[in-house]
Design a protein around this ligand. Sequence first.
Ligand code: S3P
Length: 449
Amino acid sequence: MSGHDQPIPMTARKSGPLRGVAEVPGDKSISHRALILGALSVGETHVTGLLEGQDVLDTAKAMRAFGAEVLRHGPGIWSVHGVGVGGFAEPQDVIDCGNSGTGVRLIMGCMATSPITATFTGDASLRKRPMGRVTDPLALFGARAYGRQGGRLPMTIVGAANPVPVRYTVPMPSAQVKSAVLLAGLNAPGETVVIEKEPTRDHSERMLAGFGARIQTEITPEGRIITLQGQPELKAQKVAVPRDPSSAAFPVCAALIVEGSDILVPGVSQSLTRNGLFITLVEMGADIAFENPREEGGEPVADLRVRFSTLSGIEVPSDRAASMIDEFPVLSVVAACANGTTIMRGVKELRVKESDRIDAMARGLEACGVRVEEDEDTLIVHGMGPNGVPGGATTLSHLDHRIAMSFLVLGLASRKPISVDDGSPIATSFPVFEPLMAAMGATISRSNR
Ligand code: S3P
């Protein structure tokens, strides 16, 4: 949702063994990029498996506002008739990106090197998030940004009429910032170079190459150096969006903590830029079999057979954080059900997500009877073992889909039910979360306790 809907209180109760097949929807990151690159291409891009979550629907609407024709033909089946690089029209109204940081930051990038002006806003969560991390590099291309204090939305971007190419080292591990710079570089003459010290998800680089851009990545001791030739003609493509590993995380973690569970989660990405959670769970002692490894939609995938497991706390190395950045909330839930302590370091980026996720998880876990320690860059969860989490609390989702789903997963294994004040944000990334979990035997209802 975009913060306009009524709150939906939800409650999860201790469940019997989860069984069955959890077919999670399309990848959110790849869905945004398919629509955006489709809009920047010449010809008609066909997309299958598109995530029809609110975040992606808001990006579809934005692409229409910039002049692309975006049509839905059936569940997950969409087409985009693009306007070509440099072909964006000036939108007639404010662009509302709802809850989506990825949407707004990528779209700011791809309009910033065209001679047009656009004003962006979002819901109460997105209006708190920092945009300076994107507008700073966009200023180097010649774009100007006028926003609220602290670089917050609503914000107007005046695109550069005569953009110059840029060489930019991304100061924090962020695929959104990297992607915004690359998308801006598309309409600048010459070479745009982006350097990232820590690898982050590489969907933009892969997809830009797939749409015909000249883009190269060099791995050096300095980090990854990505070089893009400006002003290519992008050609429309067929894009098959693979399932979202960040959504798969919820049924996988639920099965690990609900006694007797045994489920199959097909087609989970094993991309090295996205698989940190699964590596971590295996290190904690999770019984996960990676079956039938293959390629789908250009991504390495496997079917995950997941059984209830007795887990042990571990220290997650900080250089793994970027490959599981969206999975720390649900990992902290699993950590609460493990024996011993789990230490998550190098996680300060969690403070500027849809909510301050360190604070949201720490306060909610404490309310559920779990001991937690935190500092700016660290979250430590003292596990209570299987069947050890008391629960019996109402937690706050802070307009954050992953916080809401994490506490509902915990409620399936805690002694007393766990409620969330507002489950409506779940629709931004995982609109079928409730029926999918119910079909496996999870008891989640739309009510206060
Ligand atoms: C995303 C990048 C990550 C991630 C977000 C999706 C993307 O954000 O948290 O959910 O699609 O590029 P950052 O770039 O802020 O790390």
